[in-house]
Design a protein. Structure first.
Length: 408
């Protein structure tokens, strides 16, 4: 949801905060219905038809070296492997730690889909009770997955190998979305969109230790490498805060008045990146000094961000403009994925996506890029070029892709 609709629905949000969820529940139900019936092939990267659920269009093989990496006439560097239809409203996508699977939480269905990399064969649909999922994270070994479910304010702990739900962890908040693990993986943090707090959950007991009050509509979460601080992105006011977990002291690092959404950390450089849907901007924050700066402007409604394996490039999914009829129906332009060089702030490549390009992830080995088109119910998979190809980019695709964003 962009900042304007968010402001317009402020009364609804306040209504929800008094524990009455009917109106928004109806919107989500409509969203799931729209996604289930309005899938279409879109954009220059789309095939002539969208495969049915479980079907795929893919090619396999290891990435080529720089010398054997042909660049098409339009200059796009990232090479499409394939796509597949998902269940309705794929909110996020994440590679498993070993890079062999893609997990896609479905806001409009009853769980999370799991796909094989790189064939995109659907391996499982894991049911999460009677509602859908929002975000998924894994422990480092890849034995456990944690999926948030906003409708029930809970987190599902799943055996990643067996694809079985092990337990359901109530968060004690309202509308749980983004998750983060402590460095020792003994604590799970969960951002609660409506109750304006962060649940700190002891994974040994499965119980909530404390509810940490924070910004209005918290979304993005990052735990500091030493586990002593928590960075929280606020959607309602476009603010970013740092919380000292020992004392719960909160320090504001940035306030834009926009709609801060997602965070990504470069632990080596001690730098944080934040996407702001309200200002169409990605910000860079020096965590040593707390000073922030604009990395770059983006396309309309930037969503998920992720860093490349070498930490030099930042990938940004952009939903595109909202429809006049609301964010839950296709808007006037396609979504996109932009790739920025964090050393210069310049975009070096661009991919035209589908209707509301939302979820995004780069594989742990840096070979693949995956993203979802929320309103199309679609997952796309691309190969990431070798480092020399990215470094030598002349930005040709960046100069031409905008002409293809507006739907004809």
């Amino acid at each position: 949801m962009g900042p304007a609709p968010c402001r317009m629905l402020d009364a609804v949000v306040q209504f929800m905060k008094r524990s009455l969820f009917g109106v928004v529940g109806l919107v989500v139900a409509v969203l799931g219905t729209v996604s289930a019936v309005s899938v279409e092939a879109v954009g220059p990267n789309a095939p002539t038809s969208v495969p049915s659920v479980g079907a795929t269009t893919a090619t396999t093989g290891p990435p080529a070296g720089a010398a054997a990496w042909p660049i098409p006439a339009n200059g796009q560097l990232h090479r499409k492997i394939g796509e597949t239809r998902t269940g309705p409203s794929p909110k996020q996508v994440a590679f498993s730690p070993d890079g062999t699977e893609l997990w896609v939480p479905l806001l409009g269905a009853v769980g999370v889909d799991v796909y094989k990399v790189p064939t995109l064969e659907r391996l499982a649909r894991i049911k999460l009770g009677t509602k859908g999922g929002v975000e998924v994270i894994f422990n480092r070994s890849g034995t456990r997955a944690y999926v948030s479910q906003m409708h029930t304010a809970s987190v599902y702990e799943i055996d990643r190998v067996a694809k079985k739900v092990l337990r359901v962890l109530p968060t004690g908040g309202n509308w749980t979305k983004v998750l983060a693990l402590s460095p020792d993986e003994q604590t799970l943090y969960a951002a609660n969109w409506v109750s304006d707090d962060i649940s700190e959950i002891d994974l040994k007991t499965g119980k909530v230790r404390r509810q940490i009050r924070t910004v209005d509509t918290p979304r993005g979460l990052v735990v500091s490498p030493d586990g002593t601080q928590l960075y929280v992105a606020g959607f309602e006011d476009g603010d970013l805060v740092r919380i000292e977990l020992a004392t719960l002291k909160s320090t504001e690092l940035l306030r834009t008045g926009g709609a801060m959404r997602h965070l990504a950390i470069d632990e080596k450089a001690n730098r944080l990146y934040a996407s702001d849907m309200g200002t169409d901007t990605v910000f860079s924050i020096d965590l040593a000094t707390g000073k922030s700066s604009t990395l770059s402007k983006t396309d309309s409604h930037p969503n998920t961000i992720d860093l490349s394996l070498d930490l030099r490039y930042l990938y940004v999914s952009n939903r595109g403009q909202n429809s006049e009829d609301g964010y839950y129906v296709p808007g006037p332009d396609w979504g996109s994925v932009l790739v920025f060089d964090v050393t210069t702030g310049k975009a070096i490549d661009a991919i035209v996506g589908g209707n509301q390009t939302t979820g995004l992830d780069v594989s742990p080995d840096g070979r693949f890029l995956a993203f979802t088109d929320f309103l199309d119910g679609r997952l796309q998979l691309f190969e990431v070029p070798p480092a020399p190809v990215l470094a030598a980019s002349d930005g040709k695709r960046v100069k031409s892709y905008r002409a293809e964003l507006l739907k004809k």
